[in-house]
Design a protein. Structure first.
Length: 398
């Protein structure tokens, strides 16, 4: 029934746009115009804005510059560090293995990574002392997927550690709380899931994602490792120097001192991917189609449904935004201004440098907003720029 409703809504949207293509273009023209003031004020260098339904792109535009030093204009096919927007793609890799019967979401992590056996939990901590107790139960894959594992953030000290080496270091750290008792965001948990994919599949994580997700969806611009030929299309990362009153280039701290074009970095599933607005859209179109794309099935429809519904119960996460399996779910759009135009049940994820990706199953629409701005004063999910984008799109669709 859900697919029937989605198909009807998609056909209705397509019919309306086909009946008046010029008018549709005029309506969406305001989207980049509403984001332009943030570029003019030096809040962001530029942006790529996209709106799609389950079958095609309805609007795609670019504004500003991708490289302030050279003055290179932002292009719609520019490549962005999508940071935590990597997490849903890592989660889908776990879902693929679950569909094949090679693992279960409720399996303990230690089943595949023995280094996670016998973990401890911090119950008291001071500057010179920590009190630990045994974890009441093992951390499960579901805990990692929902950010309820108790794992913290454990930065690497070497940008060239393998994923296996990194995860062994992560496993030595005590948990922040008993598994399943609280919600606390953990990128390291998703890096660990990437290692689980390697162990279960017998294939390097990046290769598994490439062959089972990226290639079938035609996501040819999505990678952990941009190459030299991609450099002219890489959107540069910036933060605002308030003293100087301008944007300055910002490092990606998640590289742990490594370079963007360094192929020796590990494939970290928590925030390691680079991608384009069009590629991200293909991923969410597949999810809206119940796990299928152009006749190729990535996930079973039941798995898509499980991953995109609330799995964290009453645990407090972000305002109106609990968690599914790897996806954030907008349960109450009224609790965050940027979500006001989205339906309850919309699912997706944001990224540390302000990138956003959301799929509204009720309307059948995909929203992708790409910027590269570090250290915003506001929550990136509720940034002024995202609110302007969402407001403009909502006005265009009325």
């Amino acid at each position: 029934m859900r697919n029937i409703r989605f198909g009807f809504l998609a056909l209705l949207t397509l019919g309306l746009l086909a009946a008046a293509p010029a008018r549709a273009q005029d309506r969406f023209a305001a989207v980049p115009q509403r984001v332009q003031p943030f570029i003019d004020r030096g809040e962001i260098s530029g942006a790529v804005m996209l709106v799609a339904n389950g079958d095609r792109v309805l609007h795609l535009s670019a504004a500003g510059e991708s490289d302030l030093a050279s003055g290179r204009k932002m292009r719609t096919d520019d490549i962005f560090w999508i940071a935590s927007m990597s997490k849903p793609m890592t989660a889908v890799c776990i879902g693929i293995l679950a569909d094949q019967g090679q693992l279960s979401f409720d399996d303990p992590v230690e089943k595949y990574l023995p280094e996670f056996h016998g973990q401890w939990v911090v119950v008291e901590q001071s500057a010179d002392r920590r009190t630990l107790v045994k974890a009441a139960r093992p951390v499960t894959l579901r805990d990692l997927l929902t950010h309820t594992s108790g794992m913290g953030e454990y930065p690497a000290t070497d940008p060239h550690w393998s994923l296996a080496e990194y995860v062994k270091v992560v496993a030595r750290e005590p948990l922040r709380f008993q598994p399943g008792s609280k919600w606390a965001y953990s990128t390291a948990g998703f890096d660990t899931l990437g290692r689980v994919v390697e162990v279960v599949s017998g294939t390097p994580f990046a290769a598994f994602m490439q062959h089972r997700l990226l290639d079938p969806l035609g996501m040819r611009q999505t990678t952990f490792w941009p190459v030299a030929a991609d450099a002219p299309r890489l959107a540069h990362q910036y933060l605002r120097n308030e003293q100087a009153g301008k944007l300055v280039e910002a490092p990606i701290h998640y590289m742990y001192g490594g370079e963007v074009l360094d192929p020796a970095r590990p494939a970290l599933g928590g925030a390691g991917l680079f991608s384009t607005a069009q590629d991200v859209t293909r991923f969410y179109q597949m999810m809206l189609h119940g796990g299928e794309s152009n006749g190729y099935r990535i996930l079973q429809a039941a798995t898509v449904a499980a991953m995109t519904r609330v799995q964290t119960g009453d645990l407090k996460a972000r305002p109106g935004m609990p968690w599914g399996l790897g996806f954030c779910v907008i349960a109450d759009p009224s609790q965050m201004e940027a979500n006001n135009h989205l339906s309850p049940g919309t699912f997706g994820h944001g990224g540390a440098f302000g990138t956003q990706s959301w799929a509204d199953a009720k309307t059948g629409l995909v929203y992708v907003f790409m910027i590269q701005r570090d250290k915003m004063k506001m929550n990136p999910d509720n940034s002024d720029m995202r609110r302007a984008y969402q407001d403009a799109v909502a006005d265009a669709l009325r």
